[in-house]
Design a protein around this ligand. Structure first.
Ligand code: SF4
Length: 297
């Protein structure tokens, strides 16, 4: 398993930081195009609660850089458009916005969070053209490979839709990063590992993966369901065991972009152990160093 920070350091010879930016897009799973209400775990901020408020992107970049530079002398960055669906809407507007961003000296790569049902031909052409200038990563929030869970999540697309978009993205030469959430309601440990196995078996191979514990956030449909009938959430031990097991399953050269996510404290209802990211990462490091992360033959 390769870790993103090491890969970036190898590639660029320096530490590269991520800037969380906002493209001004909405989401088809909220406006009625693919669905209404959005995914049940998605917060008001469109699953990007650390992203900047919408403003001209150069301004967002300068403000985000200023925050990072309070702690480091970072020079180059990944422009990360995380919240909502960043390939949804007027393609000409998006092309201008992304071209302007990727052409900056201080931007090393573009990372675009989106959905598989928002990757039509024109969008793919735009992403391919950008990818010829600098690396473009496309991040897809698959969350689970099980259609029955996806339906309960109100994700708004099925696995066949994901598979089709994934194949087209890879054929276009884009870097694809897949997100999985552990602890989704109704899923067993084996269900979660099945999703990991599904990602591990994709051909061509996925470039990277982000793993995250389910966060119950205030104001979401998930929070309403949780408050009405609390369902069991994974403990830190269970979650970290699952991550270690996933690392055993995933291909050795796949890049781990995230092993744990930190939910916005002001919105987080449960599980509260996820706020202690340092402890979670230390537990993971200990389990991996104990040999638990080694591949089984
Ligand atoms: S696709 Fe993303 S932005 Fe849209 S509702 Fe689901 S998590 Fe939220």
């Amino acid at each position: 398993m390769r870790y993103l920070s090491d890969v970036l350091k190898e590639e660029y010879g320096e530490k590269i930081y991520r800037l969380s930016l906002t493209s001004g897009c909405t989401c088809p799973n909220r406006d009625g195009t693919a669905g209404t209400g959005g995914c049940i775990f998605c917060s008001e901020g469109g699953s990007g609660d650390f992203a900047a408020a919408f403003a001209p992107v150069p301004q967002q970049i300068e403000e985000a850089k200023a925050r990072i530079r309070q702690k480091t002398d970072a020079r180059r960055f990944i422009a990360y458009f995380q919240s909502f669906t960043n390939t949804y809407g007027d393609v000409d507007r998006l092309r201008r916005l992304y071209e302007e961003t990727i052409r900056r000296e201080d931007i090393a790569a573009l990372s675009i969070g989106t959905r598989p049902d928002c990757l039509g031909g024109e969008v793919l052409e735009m992403l391919s053209a950008l990818n010829r200038e600098k690396p473009v990563w496309v991040e897809l929030g698959l969350q689970t490979a099980h259609d029955a869970t996806a339906e309960k999540l109100n994700r708004g697309y099925d696995l066949a839709c994901f598979q089709d978009a994934y194949t087209r993205l890879k054929a276009a030469g884009l870097t694809v990063i897949l997100h999985l959430i552990f602890g989704l309601p109704g899923e067993s440990r084996e269900d979660m590992l099945d999703s990991v196995r599904y990602i591990a078996a994709l051909q061509p191979q996925a470039d990277g993966v982000k793993l995250q514990m389910l966060h119950v956030l205030k104001g979401t449909e998930l929070a309403r369901q949780y408050e009405q009938a609390p369902f069991p959430l994974l403990s830190m031990e269970e979650y970290t065991d699952l991550v270690v097991q996933s690392i055993r399953i995933l291909p050795d050269d796949m890049v781990i972009h995230r092993m744990t996510g930190d939910g916005p404290r002001k919105l987080l209802i449960a599980p509260l152990w996820t706020t202690d990211k340092k402890k979670v990462l230390n537990t993971l490091r200990r389990k991996l160093a104990d040999g638990n992360g080694k591949k089984r033959n």
